[in-house]
Every structure is written in C-alpha cells, then in structure tokens.
Design a protein around this ligand. Structure first.
Ligand code: 8YV
Length: 327
C-alpha cells in the first residue's frame, strides 16, 4: 500500500508526478492560515511531509502519529525540533549543495548593492531625481581588493570566499568553530577569532546555521568592534543578529551599511526602521530563490523522501545518526 505524503509547499508538475509514483499525495495549499488548520487536519494520516518555511514543532507533529520522514526544501533545519524527531524516530532530510552557489551569488549581490548604493541610486534615477552628474554625495565604496570576512566556513562560506578571492582580489578572513587548512590553502584565507574578524574586515558576511550557539551571535558588543566603513551582510538567519542593536549601529553610523536577506521576523514589517535607511539593502529571503535552484532543491527533497519512506538511507539525512529508518 502506498505511503501518504502531505505537501506543504507546491511542487512542479514533473516532481509531483515523480512523488505520486511512489506515494499518495495531499497538497496543503495554505499551511499557515488559521493556525495551520489545513495542515493540522492532514497530519493524522501523514507518513511523510515535504515543504519548508514553517516551524514544525511538537504541538503540530504530535498530531502525526504515523509520521516517518520529513523532507525540507531547505538547507537550514532550524524550523525542526531535532531532539523531538530523534525521540520519535522520524527522519529529517534537507537539501545542501544544490543551493550553495546560488546563495553565495546572493551574498555577493548584497555586497555589491550595499557597497555601491545600487538600490538607493537606481531609485533616484527611477524617481527622476538624476538631474546632474553625480558627485561625492552619491559615491559608494569599492569592493575589489577590500577585506572579506566570513563568519561560518561551510559550503556557502567557501563559495563566498571563492568569489572574493578569485573574482574580486579580496583578502579573505574567516571565523568558524575550527580552522580549515584546505580553505586557507585554496583562498589564502586567514583564520581569525570572531572579535578580530569583526575589527579587520571591510565586509562581515554571516553564513552560519541558526543554532542555540549562533542565535544573537552579532549583538551590540560585536557591532561595536566593526569599523565605521565596514558593512554587515546577512545571508544566514535573521536571529543570528540582534536586530535592534543593528538598527542602532546603522542609525548612529557605527557601521556604514547592511545587506540583509534574512530577518528576525519574516516577512519584515513594512514599518521596520531598517526600511527607512538608505544604507540598508533588504531582500525578501531570496538566498536560493532562482528557478533552477529551487527546482533542484525540490527534486532533491522529493528523492530524499522517496528513499526514506522506502526504508532506504536518503542522500541528505540530518538526524537519526547510526539508526535504522522505519520506512
Ligand atoms: C529558503 C533557505 O528559505 O535553504 C534554506 O535554508 O533559507 C532558503 O533556501 C528555503 O529554501 C525555502 O524553501
């Protein structure tokens, strides 16, 4: 008998067909509406879940007594209570690798847009305010040759380092839980303590996963170590940064600017002070958001789930280390 999969993120027709060849599929069209009412109604029959961007905690998953696997269309797994999933023997799979390059591209898009004031000055043109040759009041900052600081040297951090080193001639500094000799050899990168990196880098880029150790990693004290001409780039998770402290640092000129793709609460409130400042470029969590990459992620998630429900080890299993899958 086919297992029952509940989708809380839409799939393309080819991927839906791929999944339906192996499972009975129910699509929850609006999973957040009315306190997840549609999703809650589907959970009691779910052997597998596939989706992203919704916190699936015990309050919801206790409604899914026969759940065997969750396949997230994301590399980040901060929306999942992994100890809870381990206790229940529920497999969690994610989609690393396929989104690495696209997310690093987003990081450099934010570096360039923030340093060169692209959004602010493009708006000036669009608004008909370009009435004379621009002068120092509209100058931005160089990117090539400046020091790139990367906090979190995983796949995405390495891809950022590659772009900075080979593409922009940037000296690369990095901080991670341990030194990475291969990265240092490949990019002539220098390992620094968090404090040293913050004080030396022209661009401070956050690529760490959100964990209990990284939540609030960049607060008032850390921002105070950055230089007035330095720029913060966040393509990790909003909660890695104390947003109130960041707003204060930006408003006071403690740092030059910020390029932000993620926020403490998403969507970001339209009345956020971050949106009132020209030295902030804010994008709506577009890290992996290209047609090609999101389809590749969804395919990876579908294949992970098919494997898990067949009792086979998925390519990207996050938890249940060393344990048999229930299938
Ligand atoms: C999107 C991400 O949030 O992969 C992640 O962890 O943050 C982004 O790729 C996610 O993929 C939404 O589907």
């Amino acid at each position: 008998m086919k297992k029952h999969v509940v989708l809380y993120k839409k799939l393309s027709e080819p991927l839906l067909a791929r999944l339906q060849a192996h499972a009975q599929v129910t699509l929850v069209a609006d999973p957040k509406r009315d306190d997840h009412a549609e999703l809650r109604a589907a959970l009691p029959h779910a052997d597998g879940l596939l989706g992203a961007s919704i916190r699936l905690d015990a309050r919801l998953l206790d409604l899914a007594p026969q759940l065997k696997a969750i396949s997230t269309v994301s590399v980040g797994v901060d929306n999942y209570d992994i100890p809870y999933l381990d206790r229940r023997g529920i497999a969690l799979c994610n989609t690393p690798d396929v989104l690495t390059e696209t997310t690093a591209d987003t990081g450099f898009a934010l570096i360039m847009a923030t340093a060169r004031r692209v959004v602010e000055l493009a708006s000036m043109v669009r608004n008909g305010d370009w009435t004379q040759n621009i002068g120092p009041a509209h100058f931005g900052s160089d990117v090539h040759g400046k020091t790139l600081g990367i906090i979190g040297m995983g796949r995405i951090g390495e891809a950022l380092a590659q772009r900075g080193h080979f593409g922009f001639g940037m000296p690369v500094l990095y901080h991670s839980h341990s030194p990475k000799p291969a990265v240092e050899a490949r990019f002539n990168a220098g390992y620094r303590s968090l404090e040293a990196l913050l004080s030396e880098a022209d661009f401070v880029c956050l690529t760490v996963p959100l964990t209990t150790q990284t939540e609030g990693l960049i607060g008032k004290e850390q921002l105070a170590l950055m230089r007035p001409e330095s720029i913060l780039i966040n393509i990790a998770r909003g909660k890695v940064v104390d947003e109130h402290a960041l707003i204060a640092a930006l408003q006071s000129g403690k740092i030059r600017g910020a390029g932000l793709d993620v926020f403490e609460r998403e969507p970001l409130n339209s009345d956020s002070p971050l949106l009132q400042m020209n030295n902030v470029v804010a994008t709506p969590h577009i890290g992996s958001a290209t047609h090609e990459t999101r389809e590749a992620m969804a395919r990876c998630a579908v294949d992970n789930l098919i494997s898990a429900l067949q009792g086979e080890r998925p390519a990207n299993l996050v938890n249940l280390k060393g344990r048999e899958l229930r299938g």
